[in-house]
Design a binder for this molecule. Structure first.
Ligand code: FES
Ligand SMILES: [Fe+2]
Length: 460
């Protein structure tokens, strides 16, 4: 079998041990087809130039050719529920007002006054109309021009279309996306297999329980890529190895825009030997940051039951209670594994019934060396009860550790470990003698996929 054929098998043919697919064989309920799927076409093994991460020139190319043409997640629909609620989305030099109109629709307007260009809104909020703070030109919430003081001085604009220019807006899973490209394909098409894979997890019925944003001192792709492979666990997140099948992970890429990692949880890392099932259960409850409980205190861990089953059943009970949903047909995998999808270029979301983590990395202004990292956690509420108000975005200072945010629980220290690497990656790339980064063939295939899609924009 040649390398290409091996990779089509899904794990490069190299890893010897329990695969995610082997674990699915232990399921006692029907396994959804998307979990059985494997898709990892060979994409080559060439090194990447560090310029892709550190040069202003490359950043400017992304700004010119990629960002104006991709679907970008802006906020949750629940962030702007009422007429006049709007969200200011800034991306590099552009700014958009994503607005709930009186008709209940969501529209996206370029955040710039048609008089002398001032931003119409400096911050997100609620307004009855958009009134420019400079001279008072006004538009209604549908973007129709309402007038400007001293109208007698503007006879020459009477025949002009003074409506606010719009961007494309679409929604998926309760998220609002925008695209600057008037000719872009619809979001549903852009998302390829993703809507189908998320059918069992209607994220529009979830609510945003946590939202933290912080500046990170690295290129936006260095940040995003830290969540596109699980194998750095062996060195960076040693405390989670007793319950993380880091090197057992499956990596898939679909079309141009979607990739995923499936990391089995409640199994010990293949790097370790002799970890008892009880240790796996206790450690995951204490350290995972995603299990419904954050401690195993007071719990009797039964003998002879695998940690995988024990934790899945525990989660099943707690997730059922949170949503009022019957989860008897949920697989152990859906109840405990780390199954993380990314949508090109920078939106990442976990599947699952509860506690779905969302990541987004956007450039910080025009700086190739820093980015803004958003982390949200989507939670459930019992069907038929009132949707809890979404968490406000809490921006923490650039020098504050994630572990200083109590809401993040055990995720905080994990992010701090990543954050200890990311600025050092940015620094190390600048002094690199080779000027190249070398990728693992299989475990870093999602990173290669991201760059190959990026190149399609940059070269067109
Ligand atoms: S710049 Fe907006 S009213 Fe003058
Ligand atoms: Fe990490």
């Amino acid at each position: 079998m040649n390398k290409k054929e091996q990779q089509l098998q899904g794990d490069g043919g190299r890893f010897v041990g329990t695969t995610f697919q082997d674990l699915l064989d232990l399921e006692e309920v029907e396994v959804p087809a998307f979990l059985r799927d494997k898709s990892n076409p060979y994409m080559g093994d060439e090194d990447l130039s560090v310029d892709r991460y550190i040069s202003q020139e490359f950043f400017d190319l992304e700004k010119e050719k990629m960002w104006p043409r991709v679907w970008q997640m802006v906020c949750r629909e629940e962030d702007i529920p009422e007429t006049g609620d709007h969200f200011v989305y800034d991306i590099i030099d552009r700014s958009v007002l994503v607005t709930r109109t009186p008709g209940g629709e969501i529209k996206g307007f370029i955040n710039s006054c048609l008089h002398r260009g001032r931003c119409l809104r400096d911050e997100s909020g609620t307004v009855p109309e958009f009134r420019c703070p400079f001279h008072g030109a006004t538009w209604n919430l549908d973007g129709e021009f309402q007038g400007i003081p001293c109208q007698w001085d503007f006879e020459h604009i009477e025949d002009r279309d003074m409506s606010l220019p719009q961007v494309q807006v679409d929604t998926w899973g309760g998220f609002v996306f925008i695209n600057f490209d008037a000719d872009c394909k619809p979001l549903a098409e852009y998302m390829e297999v993703m809507p189908e894979h998320f059918e069992r997890y209607p994220l529009e019925k979830y609510y945003k329980g946590i939202h933290i944003q912080r500046e990170v001192q690295c290129n936006w792709k260095v940040g995003a890529e830290a969540f596109m492979e699980s194998w750095h666990t062996v060195e960076t997140h040693k405390q989670i190895m007793t319950f993380t099948g880091d090197a057992n992970s499956q990596y898939d890429t679909y079309g141009d825009n979607i990739s995923r990692s499936v990391t089995p949880m409640a199994v010990a890392s293949p790097h370790l030997e002799g970890v008892s099932e009880e240790t796996i259960s206790r450690d995951i409850l204490k350290e995972s940051g995603r299990m419904a409980l954050d401690s195993s205190e007071g719990l009797e861990i039964p003998e002879g039951v695998s940690a995988r089953r024990y934790i899945a059943d525990l989660n099943r009970e707690i997730f059922q209670e949170a949503s009022g949903q019957d989860l008897s047909d949920a697989t152990m995998s859906e109840l405990e594994d780390a199954i993380l999808y990314s949508l090109f270029p920078n939106f990442q979301v976990w599947i699952g019934y509860y506690g779905n983590i969302v990541y987004r990395f956007i450039p910080n202004g025009n700086d190739p060396d820093s980015c803004l990292f958003d982390v949200m956690v989507l939670l459930r509420y019992p069907e038929g009860t009132e949707r809890p108000a979404p968490a406000e975005c809490v921006v923490i200072p650039a020098d504050a550790p994630f572990s200083s945010v109590p809401e993040l629980g055990a995720l905080g220290p994990v992010f701090d470990q990543d954050d200890a690497n990311l600025p050092a990656v940015q620094k190390g790339m600048k002094t690199s003698a080779s000027g190249k980064v070398t990728l693992a063939s299989y475990q870093e295939s999602r990173i290669r996929h991201l760059h190959q899609t990026l190149d399609k924009y940059l070269n067109s």
